[in-house]
Ligand binder design. Structure first.
Ligand SMILES: Nc1ncnc2c1ncn2[C@@H]1O[C@H](COP(=O)(O)OP(=O)(O)OP(=O)(O)O)[C@@H](O)[C@H]1O
Length: 301
């Protein structure tokens, strides 16, 4: 049984359906991408998984079992809005949270030291959250989410507000947790992070799942509409090839060519080779960013 299974869950607020028949499963040791425009229903879904609010329809199963309070001990949550107390000493609230989720005091202390060292953040141990920068507060939120080694980890915009070095550090930790078997539900607006980390995704559009499945299969199911070509000299006649819709030559001598039929790519290559040496030729698969914009389109609220 998978650690997390959502079966046609629905959440309604007065006059508005925030999540509309969403089903998905997160396996052990997988990072599952939950994507969607602002207001599409991602946070509402995560809050239902955590048992903070309850679905009006459908069910959520944890290793096949329904929600019960003891599950809190095996779940970790990094909310989009930072959830730590600004005025309480960091070590005090981390140890309190860890023990609340079933850890013994000595284990909690050991785990806190491990994570603070891991994040190069030992100096914050005796500080208060309000004394930290936004990015460092985010790192402490992450420590609070994982200190008790949850089996199910919910990350809502985990990397927002972090500098590139810290993004990399957190990414490595997320990958390690995946390796250890943690089931991770991961929401972000940064598509390149999803491409790097997630195998399966769901895209929500106005509360409904509109794209779902294996990320590679999804990408393969979209036509390749971009050709990159680099030649030493200018190529004549590219825009006369059938199926070519746009030709842009950049200052570097590289062409970005938009096509509407994949066959046009071979003709581009033949034409370029007939006129001189070709240094680079690539038919690009769509990025997740491009797919997201196509699927979600004008539904941004
Ligand atoms: N407590 C609530 N009462 C009424 N409506 C709510 C409540 N919580 C969320 N909503 C509504 O439900 C919808 C989904 O919100 P949600 O926060 O889940 O979106 P999201 O996908 O996480 O967005 P974002 O990317 O901006 O964080 C929104 O229209 C929001 O206004």
């Amino acid at each position: 049984m998978n650690p997390l299974m959502l079966d046609h869950i629905v959440k309604r607020y007065a006059g508005h359906t925030a999540v509309d028949h969403l089903s998905l499963e997160v396996e052990e040791g997988e990072i599952y991408g939950l994507l969607g425009a602002n207001g599409a229903g991602k946070t509402t879904t995560m809050r239902m998984v955590l048992g903070l609010i309850h679905p009006d329809e459908g069910s959520i199963r944890y290793h096949g079992q329904p929600y019960r309070t003891e599950l809190q001990a095996m779940m970790g949550y990094l909310p989009e809005e930072r959830g730590l107390y600004p005025k309480v000493k960091i070590s005090d609230q981390m140890l309190y949270l860890a023990q609340l989720r079933g850890m013994k005091a000595a284990d909690a202390r050991q785990s806190l030291d491990y994570w603070l060292q891991r994040f190069d953040a030992m100096e914050y141990r005796e500080k208060r959250i309000e004394e930290l920068s936004k990015g460092n507060q985010q790192k402490m939120g992450f420590v609070a989410a994982v200190i008790h080694r949850p089996k199910i980890l919910i990350l809502d915009e985990a990397f927002s507000g972090l500098d590139p070095v810290n993004v990399e550090m957190l990414k490595q930790v997320v990958l390690e947790l995946r390796k250890e078997g943690t089931a991770i539900l991961f929401s972000t607006h940064r598509m390149e992070h999803v491409e790097e980390l997630c195998r399966h995704i769901t895209v929500l559009r106005r509360s409904k799942p509109v794209l779902q499945g294996d990320l590679n299969e999804i990408k393969n199911s979209y036509p390749r509409e971009k050709v990159v070509l680099r030649t030493a000299t200018e190529v004549q006649g590219l825009d006369t090839i059938e199926g070519v819709t746009e030709v842009v030559r950049q200052d570097s001598g590289r062409y970005m060519i938009r096509i509407e039929q994949e066959q046009a790519a071979q003709q581009i290559l033949q034409l370029a080779m007939s006129q001189g040496a070709v240094d680079q030729f690539e038919v690009k698969e769509p990025t997740l960013n491009e797919i997201f914009i196509k699927v979600v389109g004008s539904s941004h609220e």
